[in-house]
Design a protein around this ligand. Structure first.
Ligand SMILES: [Zn+2]
Length: 110
């Protein structure tokens, strides 16, 4: 289950929560009880954990839709596969992945 970071638009507090799906983001802020929590794309958390995600990713097994609901997983498969084949995807590919993740997050209402 992915951990997402939220920021309250009401009191400005940051909250980290386990979220099963994008539909379950409707919960009140634990600090002010307001309903203004917005998901934050945490660049720091993402960069810290991508190595672990890559290491734990089996490119020979298919992943179900739930796996890709965590938009940080999008592009990891392609990236790892390229590295396995001895090809360095480079910084440009990171940019492509980033755009794809943003697009998916938009479409899912994230
Ligand atoms: Zn709040």
């Amino acid at each position: 289950m992915p951990v997402y970071e939220f920021r309250c638009g009401n009191c400005g507090e940051r909250v980290e929560m386990l979220v099963r799906s994008f539909e379950e983001q409707e919960f009140p802020c634990p600090f002010c009880k307001g309903n203004s929590l917005k998901r934050v794309m945490s660049a720091f958390a993402y960069h810290r954990s991508e190595g672990d995600r890559l290491a734990g990713l089996d490119t020979h097994r298919p992943h179900d839709a739930d796996y890709y609901r965590d938009d940080r997983n999008i592009g990891l498969w392609a990236k790892k596969r390229m590295k396995e084949l001895g090809f360095d995807p480079g910084k440009e590919f990171d940019g492509v992945i980033e755009k794809t993740r943003e697009k998916v997050a938009d479409e899912l209402g994230g």
